[in-house]
Design a protein around this ligand. Sequence first.
Ligand SMILES: [Zn+2]
Length: 317
Amino acid sequence: MFDAAEFDQWIKSQNIARTVLYIQMHHTYIPAYEHFKGNNHFEMQRGMQHVHKVINGWSDIAQHFTIFPDGKIMTGRSLERTPSCIYGFNTHSICIENIGNFDEGGDLMRQEQRTGIIKATTSLVQRFNTPVNTDRIVYHHWFDLRTGERTNGSGSTKSCPGTAFFGGNKVADAQANFIPLIRTALQGIPPASPLNVQFYGSVTADSLNVRNAPAPSGKRLTAAELGSILRVYEIKNNWYRISATKNEWVFGNFVQRVERGTVNADSLNVRTGPAVTFRKVGSVKLNTEVFVYETVGDWIRISHDQQWVNRKLVTFA
Ligand SMILES: [Zn+2]
C-alpha cells in the first residue's frame, strides 16, 4: 500500500513488458464509503479479490490499482496481466478502481481521495507516456456492456465511475474537468525523452544488475530478473540503456534480442512444445503483444518458459 509519493517512485521503478495504452477509471459502487473504517484497506482488498475469484471465477482481482477514500493506493492484479474491468476493452489497459459510490446522491469524494486519484493518474501517464485525452484515459460508462464497443455512453452502459465523478461521467465532463486536472499536474514535469526503442531483449542471467552508467563501475540501482523483457534505447560499449528518461544500463552480454509480434487470432493456443501434439497450457487473445525467444519450424516460444504458439497467428511489424 502506497501514498501518492511512494506510488510515483514505485511505478517508475517497474519494468513492465506489457504495452500499456489506456488508463481506465472506475468506482466500486460497493464497497462504498460506509464500508471504509480508516484501517481496513487490506480486508476490503481481500474482500474484492474473493468476489472476483470465487464468485466471478476470474484468475485474480479485476483491477491493477485500488484508490481508497484516504488517498492510499493498493496494488492488485499484476501489471503484466490484462485486467477484467471493461468488457471488450481490457487489452493494453491499466484498470483503476476508486472505492466509493460516486453517482449523484452517493458518496461525496473526500479531498484526499481526489488528490490520490489525480496524482496516481499523473504518475501512470508519465510512466507509460500516455497522451492525456479521452481516447487514452477512459471511463467505463463510455463502453457498451454487451458489445464492448465504445459508444460514449449510449446503449447499455454502467454509470461507472459515477455520474458525479469529477463533475460527471460523460466524455465532455472528463474533457472539462478530469483531463485538465491531469494536464495541470504534469506542468513543470519534463516530458519523456524523445528516444525510441531500438530493440527488445530478454534477460538471460538469473539476476542482471542495472547501473547508473554504461560500465561495471556504475552504481548498482536494481536488478532485472531472468526472462524479463527490456526495452533498449541506446548502446554504448556493449552496455544497453533500458530507460528512455533515466541513466539505467545493463551489460549487453546477458540480454538476448527478441522479436516482437502481435497475436492476430481471437484466441491462440499456448502449448508446452513446438507442435500441436504438446499439451495446451493456456491461450493468448487477439492483439496481445508477444516476444519471440526461440523459433522451431512454424512455432515460436513466447516465454522464458516452455510456452509455444503457432507463428502464423502472430503478425510481425
Ligand atoms: Zn467500472
